[in-house]
Design a protein around this ligand. Structure first.
Ligand SMILES: [Zn+2]
Length: 72
């Protein structure tokens, strides 16, 4: 896991090899198929409890996460 800061706040980013579920990537609104490596991100802001932050995790394609700052 690593911390990243961007124009939209502080984020914790974890790379995963793939999970048993599929997720919807908020970057491109496409499915991340089960078993596909991707990143899991959540807000690192101190005013959220850890439990809340973990509940707000989002799954992104690795490329979409890297590209998100360039679209702003
Ligand atoms: Zn995506």
């Amino acid at each position: 896991m690593r911390a990243e800061s961007g124009p939209d706040g502080e984020w914790s980013v974890r790379t995963v090899r793939g999970s048993e579920k599929q997720y919807l990537c908020p970057g491109c609104n496409q499915q991340i198929p089960a078993g596909t490596g991707h990143v899991v991100v959540w807000r690192n802001d101190s005013w959220f409890s850890d439990e809340h932050a973990l509940g707000e995790r989002r799954h992104w394609h690795s490329g979409c996460w890297r590209a998100r700052g360039r679209r702003r």
